[in-house]
Write a new protein. Sequence first.
Lengths: 765, 217
Amino acid sequence: MDIALHQSLGLTDDEFELIHEIQGREPNDLELAMYSVMWSEHCSYKSSRIHLKRLPTKGERVLVGPGENAGVIDAGDGVAVAIRMESHNHPSAIEPAQGAATGAGGILRDIFTMGARPIAIMDPLYVGPLDNPRQRYLLEGIVRGISSYGNSVGVPTVGGELHVENCYSGNPLVNVLCVGVLPTERLVLGKASGVGNLALLLGSSTGRDGIGGVSVLASAAFDSSNNDEAKLPSVQVGDPFEEKRLIEACLELLDSGLVVGIQDLGGAGITCATSETASRAGLGMDVDVNAIIRREPNMSPVEVMTSESQERMLAIVTPENLEMAQKICDKWEVRSSVIGHVTACEKSVGRLRVFDGFGGQLLADVPASSLAEDAPLYDRDKMKPLNFDEDLKRFDPMERIESTKSHFRDELLSLVMNPSWIYRQYDHQLFLNTIKSPGTGAALLRLHAPGVKSTKKAIALTTDGNPGWCAIDPHYGTVLTTIEAATNIAIVGANPEAVVNCLNLGNPEHKEVMWQLSSIVDGLSEGCDLLGVPVVGGNVSLYNAHNGKDIDPTPVIGMIGISEDYSAKVPDPILAARPPDSSSSLDPDNKGGQYSLFLIGGPDPFTASSKTKFQLGGSRWGRQIHELHGGYLPEINRDEIPYQIELLKTLATSGNIVGWQDIGDGGMALAIAEMVIAGGNGHVGATISEMPAYALWSELPGRVVASIANTKVSQVMSLANSKGTPIYNVGQVGGDYLVFEGFGKIGVTELTQYWNVSLSSKIFA
Amino acid sequence: MASDVGIVVFPGTNCEFDVLEAIDASGANGHLLWHGESFVPKYDSVVLAGGFAHGDYLRPGAIARFSKIMEGISKFGADGGKIVGICNGFQILTEAGLLPGALQKNRGLTFICEKVNLEVTSDKSCFTKAISPGTVVTLPINHFSGNYTNENVDELEANGQVVLRYCDNPNGSVNSIAGIRNDRGNIVGLMPHPERAISEITGGSDGLLFWKSLLET
């Protein structure tokens, strides 16, 4: 039996009935196609919106919150910062280079749509184990895609992260965060106001690429029984040169005050841009489908209206300004054509009407807001998985902790990885803003962009995800992830200001996935409330699954912080100071034990009664070494966290810290090893006092390990005391070995060599 | 009086604002020049900034050499005007025949963005005249096609036209060449980015030596 058209477009029978009801008649094929893309999970958030409402979105600095193309915060001094995070998981699974490239391209448009010049991209990546050739192909392609697009379009990629886990083998995650800067008065919204104003389509011609990308690709799970390669035409193809000209043309249009509203074309293409802009203004729009410049002949109206061809924008201009606006487009070699005009409401409903030539046949006629806002909201069933608590107990890595005694050295070596193979392919310096480069935790950038008034401020950016924690407890795991992000922001001297997020999950038709989603939203709310930061934007990516198996829940938190003085020196993740005149060698005088290592933040790692606070559930040690995905998460003292973050921020610019690193993935053991490695040439080792093994592998968001000159210890102690934060001496800096008393030692040179070859040798295996 | 420097902007150029900032930090005035306009030779020097002019379609620099402004710039160079091409600007100068040789894809076939050490090998150029030969500087590189090749490389070396050499060849360039000059020394092309090294806060200030060289009269 043939399936009905609406089903092949991804609409359910109930949704079809609802459309019928809205229209008061049978929808035609074009109308059905328009509803199918706009009501897709990707565009409508129909399964998640009901939960996302619970997120805290208010804050003093918030100028624009969730729901617009990007969140915008006020950085003061007449400067605002736009920030957004997106996923491009499904396209990247099919065609990694183009999938990742168009992910970057799409989010850039979201940023300059707001009137902001994009100044930084970050890319958290999640793939399967790299001993599998397909995973190497995916990672190589994803990195090449981001590199080729981001570098060419002229926006630096300043950081990201790489997670390697089995659950991403069939469905990699490619998330991307973008930040832009604008003069506060240039802020524009995607609104088609003013009846009679013209809709000007800018940029690329419209082709057959990406048709139904949001519905066919992003809103269904992968399954090897289907031929996923057959979805290849649903992947868009990017052209960074077109985008670069589009950025410059749009910023010039906005600077000249020639547009009243502007909107990028992303998922669902022209249908989305026209219906959303009209709907936001409470008006309607007439569109001439023939006025849309096409890339190939014989395209049907359905194809034209739903194509996701990249590098296009819709600008709303007054008729008087049309000529001047088109002149700017011509200068930048950007195509522009009037494809429609803003219309008044009929019976208080703004209608989106599509014509075969103005004055020609009416091809589609729908209420604009019904596409944009009336998608059904689903409160899908949710359920904690069966045997969940029993499994946590059965697969608790803490049970294996004694075994680390005899394998500690090999275990540590297997966890070190030099990610520079990835970021050396990205231009991470353009605009001369990059104070902290990729590979060192949060990025720290001057708050500065061409065309925007200079400030003394800096912004800190981080992306953090920990599927290990969130698989064990999606709520509390998300709280911990949020605290980890804030820690990364604080240790470069910035104050956490706003959060964006990408919630990557499996199939929402699975009750367990909806339980994860709901728990994550509550966890994110709790984390943000604890830290006093609002959520200004987000993205939910569902159907990340392969062969019926969902990925581990992977909320990725993007956080932005502001620091008042970009020239303030903040610590690197190193053990000993570098002499002022050299960037590559350490001060030889400091090898003699003048520095000590401290754990900042409790509890006491040396006391046996602290054991339950140093849990190993979800830890890299438990997951990667023992493949145990159960256990319990480390405990935090919620009341102490805000003070601890405040303390770290104060210490960062106090001049009292030689170097430090947060205790995340791989625990204190890996944090200290990375500090040894980051010393570079002439690096120095350390001796870590004997402590229970779990304290070395447990992951402790909100806490850091710091190298402090012995002469400064009392000052740091009294600062910590004033905030009520405990601090513990865990070792001494010096020597040519990294010694973990009671566990073994590793030569500093050997450790560094191992780190250097680890990722590239896997890629080129 | 402060020097006036023209900075050429093609569609796809992206380092023009960074060059502007470097020139400003060095006490001179930078002026952005649009590729589609005629070149007016009223500047003390001209910089072709990095980026991806015309999207690097066909080959880096292959289309940019035909832009309207290039005719006047060629003449400016022939008359002894100071011209510096950085990264994509270097690629354009070789495509335009203003400098010898060509830039191929990096050995290793990946884009490379990192700091490298370089030896300044000649002070007989407008961009290195304030730097003693033998000086080692640290500058960032940021390119996919920086692998310099020249069938007459021996002649280039014999003429002393190599101005900058990688200490540890990152991209396969013949004789580790990172930058060259023309015979007269008024035209210089280099792959590293001196405009990205003008402040310790962002990783180093060795680039200031190059700007000082260009802006000295």
